[in-house]
Write a protein that binds this ligand. Sequence first.
Ligand code: ZN
Length: 132
Amino acid sequence: MPLHVRFSNEARDVGLVKSKKRIQYLRSKAASSQGWLCYYCQQPMWETDPKSFSARFGLTDRAALHFRCTAEHLEARCDGGRDTEENVVAACRYCNGNRHKSKRPKDAVSYMELVRSRMKQGRWRSRGTGGR
Ligand SMILES: [Zn+2]
């Protein structure tokens, strides 16, 4: 591989590591300002310790995985959303994953409305039903 290509690859890798750290920082910051509640479903999340989380809420370890804290971009990255404090919120893995399941993800506001209305109908994953 020509030398200059190798160097530019390395530069890119360093950039990736930086943006990963940044997103972790933004995620933790958002999560603590949300009181560690998911942006969409308002249920508690964990960041590093699923064991004590599942013990606290009486969940199986597998169920607890759904409540892992993830970084969520209000404006999706593919739509030009950036890794900034204004654009990153903390959402549980379940909500985050569901939003991005559809080919054309909903915008954050209508997705939140969907989650909240499903929850009212008992059609969203909650701690109560999370064990299954
Ligand atoms: Zn959630």
